[in-house]
Ligand binder design. Structure first.
Ligand SMILES: *[C@@H]1O[C@H](CO)[C@@H](O)[C@H](O)[C@H]1NC(C)=O
Ligand SMILES: *[C@@H]1O[C@H](CO)[C@@H](O)[C@H](O)[C@H]1NC(C)=O
Ligand SMILES: *[C@@H]1O[C@H](CO)[C@@H](O)[C@H](O)[C@H]1NC(C)=O
Ligand SMILES: *[C@@H]1O[C@H](CO)[C@@H](O)[C@H](O)[C@H]1NC(C)=O
Ligand SMILES: *[C@@H]1O[C@H](CO)[C@@H](O)[C@H](O)[C@H]1NC(C)=O
Length: 951
């Protein structure tokens, strides 16, 4: 190496520090200290600049706000240094079994922490009292560790806490309640989930714990040593949906006011020593799952009120001293699937009747006193178990399958392997798409079950489907997901083996693994109905894609070290470090100065590198660049205009087309608002939403740069202004695409977004004429998680605007549903929403005659759409549109329901836009018909909105 090269390299090295040192010094020091006490940190955890791209780290304004390192085989202890990261909002170290030792008191210093997830680690010792100082905490999951000692009273101070999960530890002592100045769990009035199962908690359940002010939906205290009576105050918590007190030592009688819990879906009190009468549960019309088995109730017959529980799917009352005959009308409950009444004294003839539920799967009556059974005709799909009853003593019945317990194979293990031919190398696994790869593996444990129909694979298909959607919405490189081997363990938890397969490569990199863990551990994924909340126990993943891929900064440092060595010593190294530190300070000072008037000052110029976490992919353009790309914003490149300003077409030097929305002077936002909008939009990634490529904020200009969508707007197509003609199928395809984009905004974006300006001129058509929703100019994020609406000045477009929103100024997702309904009517009529002073909704309503073919709408249908038999499903489409434009938001469907309905219509019309999802949601509907939605998917809280967006 000659002298010149050395100097050159030196300069390059110094430059590296100049560019890279982004991170607040204290934060960087704290992270380095944490990292140095751990093994298996990501290999790019070197240098001075965690915010410059360390795997698992996110920053805002040079401060570390998120540490997400799930399933990294991270090994070591969590030191008190964590307490120095005062801006930290998310700490997720889940699935690192070798993270051991106590949780430091200093964790209480993290005043901004909103999510603490340590599920499936090896932490032990007491939960520190300091945890009660985390005033911003919403989500606390210490599930499946080895924490011992009592639940700290201080948790009662977490007044914002939404989700408390301490399941599967070794916690002991009693459930803490407040007393005088000492806090307790009774103060957690906002907390919806109390998951304390599978511990060693003892003592009585304090009556004071429950009150009518509580908002809990899940009280899961199962698998502990709780004793004494069930307090009647439990009956005051009207919001409750799942109560599990099973597998404790509770005694006394069940308070009769428990039947006041009209929202309860699941009640499990089994395996206690409960006595007295069983309360009359008449009126619990949502109850799916009732498990009272193994108690000492003082009852002499099958309670007659059972036959009034219309939603019941699963009845478990084994070992409860039941006597007398079984009323036949029990089996007529329309949703009944599983009846477990073994080990009682039931007698008489077993008569299932003729009107038994067609979902009925198994009736277990082993070890009773049934003297007679007349096998039903046609009921041979029902597994009936009668072994140990007098009827099976009869020689003619002895050999029948129902007298033969070998039939009682526990839940059918589903097998859905389509890839028998594919043989993979020893440690690879064939994906559902028959590709050999190294999947992410783990077990999902579900703790609240609406149904035990484990043999029905359509349930799992539905969960797989929704997992896939969740992964996709986070842009994770996931190819497919498979669930298998359902087992119910002795704790009453359903375990499902999970495998997540990579797309592209045959393995994930560390970023991929940690993000999958994040998505699965922080409530980002919500399983559909039937399956309640779960926790994940993941297996260690050690097939990472070549480490070098995330070692950019690592390489730079090591080249620096090589130069140092070549020049011959530590002096140069010292100089370099000093230069680095100096440069860093200079840069910080400069930055502080510019930050005053430019909110973007601390954003790296090239954000495509992924260095700025809150901007996924969006890039900053200079005014000069955009001027060049649009040929000086020439008229010829103008492709639209509106109140906000103009839209131009441009071509990047790579040849890629872009669309640039340039704000007029008077419609410009403040810099910070503009920044917020960009942050919001850059998080939005869905194939039915126009992608934000970047922005420009300089020289008194505000411009948003979008991908260019070639086939114009739906309005131009409908009006004939563009050359695009859409037939019925094409229009259905626009409807479903738009609807899916909206589902993403409403349900998957983080925070959820209400578009506020859905109309045909804001829906663009891509090469394949798929819809892409554009123009989020008026969109509102729903950041306030407490309320489900946003109060705001009414904005929108006449004709599309939700009348309820107009009146109340309260904006909800349902306002988008209204506008979408108007769009549906536009799609079939090709009329503007207001034409000749008449509103399209009224026009269709007036013209409609449901007794006629096509509802007699021939007159106002757009002729090019087709006619007669080719318009299959049109009536349903009109029905749907009319539901969307109901006056009252509450009567309108959600966009999720809308998507399902359009999928059905498309199937009717013989078109499968997305064959898989359409057909699976169909079969799932089928399988789960009669069930009300699962409590978990209906808890009405946008928790995702409160968490920082992961990368
Ligand atoms: C996990 O890390 C520990 C210690 O760092 C090591 O001994 C072990 O082999 C690692 N396990 C795997 C599967 O990589
Ligand atoms: C249960 O309660 C319902 C409604 O309160 C009542 O009509 C019914 O008679 C009761 N059944 C029994 C067995 O007490
Ligand atoms: C069934 O059991 C009940 C209660 O133990 C008893 O009164 C009745 O006589 C029995 N019926 C038959 C048919 O054995
Ligand atoms: C029993 O199963 C068969 C197919 O396995 C099905 O066609 C039939 O409808 C089922 N019968 C009842 C009564 O559910
Ligand atoms: C890991 O994989 C993802 C997707 O395959 C890729 O986008 C990302 O750049 C990779 N991470 C690193 C740090 O290279």
């Amino acid at each position: 190496m000659d002298q010149r090269t050395k100097v050159l390299l030196l300069l390059v090295f110094i430059k590296f520090f100049l560019i890279a040192a982004e991170t607040d010094q204290n934060d960087a020091a704290a992270l380095r200290a944490l990292g140095s006490s751990w093994e298996n940190t990501p290999s790019n955890w070197v240098g001075f600049d965690p915010c410059g791209g360390w795997v698992g780290i996110e920053c805002i304004n040079s401060r570390v706000t998120s540490i997400t390192l799930t399933n990294m085989n991270l090994t070591g202890q969590l030191s008190g240094d964590i307490g120095s990261l005062s801006e930290l909002q998310t700490l997720d170290l889940s699935s690192n079994k070798l993270m051991t030792g106590p949780l430091p008191q200093a964790i209480g210093n993290l005043k901004n922490l909103s999510s603490l997830c340590l599920t499936g680690c090896g932490f032990s010792g007491p939960i520190p009292n300091g945890i009660g100082s985390l005033q911003q905490l919403l989500y606390l999951a210490l599930t499946s560790n080895r924490f011992s000692g009592p639940i700290p009273n201080s948790i009662g101070n977490l007044s914002n806490l939404y989700y408390l999960d301490l399941t599967d530890n070794q916690l002991s002592g009693s459930i803490p309640v407040s007393s005088g100045t000492i806090p307790g769990l009774d103060m957690l009035l906002q907390t919806r989930h109390f998951h304390l199962g599978k511990n060693q908690l003892s003592g009585t359940i304090p009556p004071q714990l429950f009150s009518s002010n509580m908002n809990a939906i899940h009280v899961l205290f199962d698998n502990n040593n709780l004793s004494g009576i069930i307090p009647s105050s439990l009956g005051l918590v009207q919001t409750l949906e799942v109560v599990r007190l099973d597998r404790n030592s509770l005694n006394g009688s069940v308070p009769s006011n428990i039947s006041n819990l009209a929202n309860l879906h699941e009640l499990a009190l089994s395996n206690n020593s409960l006595t007295g009468p069983m309360p009359n549960l008449t009126g619990m019309n949502l109850l799916n799952y009732l498990d009272m088995g193994n108690n000492s109730f003082d009852i002499s017959e099958v309670p007659p009120w059972l036959s009034s529980l219309q939603s019941l799917t699963t009845l478990m009352m084994e070992h409860t001293q039941l006597e007398g005959p079984i009323p036949a009308n029990l089996f007529s409950l329309p949703n009944l699937q599983i009846v477990e009444l073994s080990n009682n004294h039931l007698n008489g003839t077993l008569n299932i009747g003729t009107t038994y539920s067609n979902l009925l799967q198994s009736i277990d009556l082993q070890n009773n006193s049934i003297t007679n059974f007349d096998p039903i005709t046609g009921g041979n799909n029902i597994t009936i178990l009668l072994e140990g009853n007098p009827t099976c003593e009869n020689t003619d019945q002895k050999t029948e399958s129902y007298c033969n317990s070998s039939q009682s194979s526990s839940p059918n293990l589903m097998s859905r392997n389509n890839c028998l031919q594919v043989s993979c190398s020893s440690d690879q696994v064939a994906s559902p798409k028959c590709k050999c790869a190294y999947p992410y593996k783990g077990t999902l444990f579900f703790r609240a079950l609406s149904s035990l129909d484990l043999g029905n694979s359509s349930y799992y298909v539905a969960v797989e489907e929704s997992l896939m959607q969740t992964f996709q919405s986070y842009d994770l490189p996931v190819d497919s997901v498979s669930l298998s081997n359902p087992t119910i363990d002795s704790f009453g938890y359903l375990g499902l083996s999970l495998q997540v397969f990579p797309s592209g490569d045959d393995r994930f990199n560390k970023t991929g693994i940690t993000m999958i863990g994040y998505v699965l551990n922080n409530l980002s994924f919500r399983p559909p109905r039937l399956f309640g909340p779960y926790f994940l126990i993941a297996s260690i993943y050690d097939y990472y894609a070549g480490n070098s891929e995330f070692d950019r900064s690592n390489k730079k440092v090591s080249s620096g070290i090589i130069i140092g060595a070549a020049v011959g010593g530590s002096i140069l190294l010292l100089l370099l470090v000093l230069a680095g530190v100096y440069a860093y300070h200079q840069k910080k000072r400069a930055k502080r100065a510019t930050e005053q008037n430019n909110p973007f000052a601390n954003w790296d110029v090239n954000m495509g590198s992924g260095g700025v976490p809150q901007l996924k992919g969006a890039r900053r353009f200079s005014y000069e660049e955009l001027k060049k790309y649009t040929n000086n914003f020439s008229e010829a490149n103008g492709i639209g205009s509106g109140g906000y300003g103009k839209v131009y077409r441009g071509t990047l030097s790579t040849g890629k087309m872009i669309a640039i929305k340039r704000a007029q002077r008077d419609s410009m936002q403040g810099g910070h608002e503009f920044k917020t909008e960009i942050e919001l939009l850059s998080r939005v990634h869905h194939k039915n939403l126009v992608i934000l490529e970047g922005f420009c904020f300089e020289q008194a200009e505000q411009m948003l740069v979008y991908e260019h969508v070639p086939n114009g707007t739906v309005m131009d197509s409908l009006s004939g202004k563009s050359r695009i003609r859409l037939d019925w199928m094409g229009r259905l395809n626009v409807a479903i695409g738009t609807a899916r984009g909206l589902v993403y905004l409403h349900e998957h974006a983080n925070p959820p977004i209400i578009h506020r300006d859905i109309k045909s001129s804001n829906i663009l058509l891509d090469e394949s004429l798929n819809a892409k929703v554009a123009d989020f100019g008026l969109s509102k994020p729903k950041v306030d998680s407490e309320r489900n609406y946003v109060t705001t000045q009414v904005k929108g477009t006449l004709g599309y605007m939700d009348p309820e929103y107009y009146m109340t100024q309260q904006l909800t997702e349902k306002s988008d549903v209204y506008s979408f309904g108007v769009l549906l009517l536009e799609l079939i009529t090709a009329r503007r929403p207001i034409e000749r002073g008449k509103h399209i909704v009224k026009e269709v309503r007036d013209a409609m005659d449901k007794t006629q073919k096509l509802y007699n709408l021939h007159e106002i249908l757009d002729p090019p759409i087709g006619s007669g038999t080719t318009l299959k499903g049109l009536e349903k489409f009109v029905d749907l549109a009319m539901r969307c434009v109901e006056e009252l938001g509450a009567k309108r469907p959600t966009m999720g329901e809308v998507v399902k309905e359009i999928e059905n219509i498309m199937q009717l019309s013989g078109l499968n836009s997305n064959a898989e999802s359409a057909s699976t949601s169909e079969t799932f509907e089928e399988a789960s018909k009669g069930h009300s939605h699962h409590p978990y998917s209906n808890d009405g809280f946008d928790y995702s909105g409160s968490f920082p967006a992961p990368r």
